[in-house]
Design a protein around this ligand. Structure first.
Ligand SMILES: [Zn+2]
Length: 175
């Protein structure tokens, strides 16, 4: 059994659920900072994973070092990929961790065109999302964002068909 989560109540990175705070003029991740304070330097190429699956948690005992791939696997399992908002957050998070579109496509199993499109959507939508989060709180802001994301998907049916056609092709080759 894990001890209780320490939920971050400060600022989050624009358009995400990822805690952030200013340190000597730079925005840094509190759980990365806490991890390093309690467990020592994060090994090269590793990212901080949550054992508790809670992106707001900063309890150092719930944090461990893992690879991008393990982290992506965690997120995929927890997000059941069908939910558009979860999918968006997963892609944005990988991008912030420094992964390329091709790498994100490879670890998430999404088509690279969909990864591109989600990142574009995020860039255009992040400002509005942040304002709505401040005005209405995270639940309502997430609901509104999901609506926008759904209409984005609906407006791109042709592209969606193209993507799924290509994914099928790719899966068939992989199998
Ligand atoms: Zn936790």
């Amino acid at each position: 059994m894990l001890s209780p989560c320490w939920n971050w109540t400060g600022a989050v990175k624009q358009g995400t659920d990822r805690p952030t705070f200013g340190l000597r003029g730079k925005m840094v991740s509190p759980y990365r900072t806490l991890y390093q304070h309690y467990h020592g330097p994060l090994p090269e190429g590793k990212v901080v994973r949550h054992r508790c699956d809670n992106p707001l948690c900063c309890n150092p005992h719930h944090l461990e070092a893992g690879t991008h791939k393990e982290n992506s696997h965690d997120m995929t399992m927890r997000n059941s990929r069908g939910r558009p908002l979860a999918r968006l957050q997963m892609v944005v998070r990988h991008k912030e961790d420094g992964m390329t579109v091709a790498e994100i496509a490879s670890v998430t199993g999404l088509h690279h065109l969909e990864v591109d499109r989600l990142l574009e959507f995020h860039e255009e939508d992040a400002g509005l999302y942040t304002i709505e989060r401040t005005m209405f709180g995270p639940d309502e802001a997430n609901r509104r964002r999901t609506e926008r994301l759904r209409s984005e998907y609906a407006g791109l049916t042709k592209m969606g068909e193209f993507i799924s056609m290509n994914s099928r092709g790719r899966d068939a080759t992989a199998a």
